[in-house]
Design a protein. Structure first.
Length: 256
């Protein structure tokens, strides 16, 4: 089996694959102060809790945007899984060209999402990952990544709102019954959700117009992406496991 690990700024998402099938999925909070033993024991416990054996894990692949945890995480995997993980980084085989000015600056998650989106849905495409930051990446018909936009994530914007405004409370991020809110909580929810729908639609429309790819398929992923995808016709596909599937694809390409 393959253990695929997507390390984000807020959460670490893990997927356990048997062949092409995702047989288990886990999520844990990203914390830089964990030791290698804590990572190793915790990952083993998650796998065994789902009824699988750690000995069944033959390979591990990691895409990370949090460099600070990588030494402990990698050491824990080597120690407890007895395998050296494959790290998505510059020089790894992806089958995709990055045609931006500085490819080495591109986040590993963006690379993984792009590989999976093109393989599964074709190109041209706009790939959106709704995470701590929301990224919009443009792929041409060959699957080459040619441009991108980075915006604050929904939860990041929400935290800034209630963290910087003393009178505003922390609220659940969900669509209110109406944009014509009549009290503070639903007013904040309306601003966050409808504001983000508008931002998403505008960025997608602008990217299509400037690139000329008016028929680009829009593929979205990421935790809060489901909320936005349900509310706008400009998102064609919402795929919650896009990143994990991309990790599996890249692992297979590099282990041939």
């Amino acid at each position: 089996m393959l253990l695929a690990i997507d390390v984000g700024n807020t959460n670490i998402t893990l997927g356990l694959f048997r062949g092409e099938n995702l047989v288990a999925q886990f999520r844990m909070t990203t914390k830089s102060e964990r030791t290698s033993d804590e990572y190793g024991i915790f990952l083993c416990s998650l796998i065994e809790h789902k009824g699988f054996s750690v000995q069944e894990v033959e390979g591990v692949i990691i895409a990370s945007v949090v460099p600070d945890i990588m030494h402990s995480l990698t050491s824990g995997i080597i120690k407890y899984f007895e395998t050296t993980p494959l790290i998505v980084s510059a020089g790894i085989k992806t089958g995709m060209r990055i045609l931006t000015e500085n490819p080495k600056q591109l986040g590993a998650d963006k690379i993984v999402d792009a590989v999976a989106a093109h393989k599964l849905y074709g190109g041209p495409a706009i790939v959106i990952d709704f995470g701590t930051a929301t990224t919009f990446d443009l792929l041409n018909e060959n699957g080459d990544l040619i441009a991108g936009v980075i915006a604050p994530g929904i939860r990041t914007s929400a935290r800034a709102l209630w963290g910087r405004a003393a009178m505003l409370p922390e609220v659940e991020i969900k669509k209110p019954e109406s944009i014509l809110a009549k009290e503070t909580i639903s007013s904040m929810q309306a601003g966050l959700v409808y504001g983000y729908i508008g931002q998403t639609e505008y960025i997608i429309d602008r990217m299509k117009q400037e690139s000329g790819y008016m028929d680009a398929k829009v593929v979205a992923t990421g935790g809060l992406g489901k909320i936005i995808a349900k509310e706008t016709p400009v998102i064609d596909v919402y795929d919650p496991i896009l990143t994990l599937v991309g990790l599996r694809m890249i692992y297979e390409k590099n282990k041939r």
